[in-house]
Design a protein. Structure first.
Length: 409
């Protein structure tokens, strides 16, 4: 009886979502994120709320008042998605979401910078990523969103910040001898697929902002180099990592890292001019990845946490990324319309199986590092409307709206 009741509830929820237009669904998804976002801080012991960092006594330890406040790369992804939605719908509410989020960071980080103690992990400290730039994912995606906010809200400090971040990226970040970005962990000179997104959208936006070709040159180099190190030709998907010391890949074809690879190509293609001869090369890599991904989509349009392991759970953030990337590529004319069914069935699968009655996205894998055992990936926890998935979901919805119009022509 419980199973029948559960199935009935799921059916009724889907009927409710499916009765909505896709624009209504996307708006409700974004509006729920806005509802859940609280810009402020909370005492970790008393739960007292502070609107501004300057109101916090020096000896009081605080955390963000909501997961959607902060300077994590996922916030940058969400900012870019809200900007995308605001621009498409011509609704300032969504663009203003990103504007307020960026402004709040700039208005509050100095207090924490002054109080920061080096024996504390920077990412556990409010706005620690902002002022340390210790890792590539601390500033890359956020900087990409700051540039887009700067276009409509040109505060001088925004430009100063992205120039500092760009200088750090170009001159100071660890790289292989061939210029490919790497990290110092879990082993020295480890290449993470995730870092393609933590670098390329920022580099592409800096190229557009400054007109300096070195940024796009570096972005193109990163896309090609990451492909060379991580592409599994036999399976048509990417490995999560490459160990330079061992000269081999890791163990997992993780879903979301494949999403980061896809989205990086899309963001770069958006900024490359049509007369740039390298655009053809990147489009070829994009189409090759899309063909590979199509082999792993399940009957409901979804993809697995570990793409080639059907006994791993169906994961929402990578599915949203694939829907977005594929639909956007079709809308821009980079690939043929015949691929549209991949994106459309993915979107329908998300609506039917992964959205709840509050238009929150279920089964989003939490932040994930690298380990050399598959159970690590199999057993990663999932969250509801977790920050790694909401931005890609909104982006996916925007491109589905565009694709609806395109395929009706």
């Amino acid at each position: 009886m419980k199973r029948i009741a559960s199935l009935l509830i799921c059916f009724l929820l889907f009927e409710g979502v499916s009765a909505q237009t896709n624009e209504e669904v996307v708006r409700k998804i974004a509006d729920q994120v806005i509802k859940e976002t609280v810009l402020g801080f909370e005492d970790t012991e008393t739960k007292k709320f502070y609107q501004s960092s300057t109101d916090i006594p020096e000896n009081v330890k605080v955390k963000y008042a909501s997961p959607y406040t902060g300077w994590h790369y996922a916030h940058g992804v969400l900012n870019l998605a809200m900007i995308n939605l605001g621009n498409y719908l011509n609704d300032p509410k969504y663009f203003n979401y990103a504007t307020r989020h960026v402004a709040f960071g700039f208005d509050n980080y100095r207090t924490f910078q002054q109080r920061f103690k080096n024996d504390v992990k920077h990412y556990t400290y409010p706005y620690g990523e902002f002022f340390t730039m210790e890792e590539l994912d601390d500033f890359g995606a956020m900087s990409a969103s700051v540039i887009e906010v700067y276009a409509k809200d040109p505060r001088p400090e925004y430009k100063t910040y992205v120039e500092k971040a760009a200088n750090h990226l170009i001159k100071e970040r660890p790289r292989m001898q061939d210029g490919t970005f790497v990290r110092a962990f879990p082993h020295k000179m480890t290449l993470w697929a995730d870092d393609l997104y933590m670098s390329v959208p920022f580099l592409a936006n800096m190229g557009a902002l400054t007109g300096d070709k070195k940024y796009l040159d570096d972005a193109v180099k990163q896309v090609k180099n990451f492909h060379n190190y991580l592409w599994d030709k036999e399976k048509g998907i990417y490995w999560h990592t490459y160990y330079t010391d061992l000269k081999r890949n890791g163990v997992a074809h993780w879903g979301r890292c494949n999403g980061w690879m896809l989205l990086s190509k899309v963001r770069l293609l958006d900024k490359l001019s049509d007369n740039d001869s390298r655009k053809k090369d990147i489009k070829k890599l994009l189409e090759e990845q899309i063909l590979g991904l199509a082999h792993y989509q399940n009957g409901d349009g979804l993809w697995h946490q570990i793409l080639d392991k059907e006994d791993s759970y169906l994961e929402s953030s990578c599915t949203a990324m694939f829907v977005y990337g594929i639909a956007h590529a079709i809308n821009e004319g980079w690939i043929d319309k015949r691929y549209a069914s991949i994106a459309k069935t993915g979107w329908e699968g998300l609506k039917k199986h992964k959205l709840n009655e509050q238009y929150q996205l279920k089964d989003i894998c939490v932040g994930t590092g690298i380990q050399d055992n598959l159970p690590f990936y199999y057993n990663r926890p999932v969250g509801l409307n977790e920050k790694h998935g909401t931005g890609p979901l909104i982006d996916a919805g925007v491109e589905i709206l565009k694709l609806e119009k395109l395929t009706k022509k």
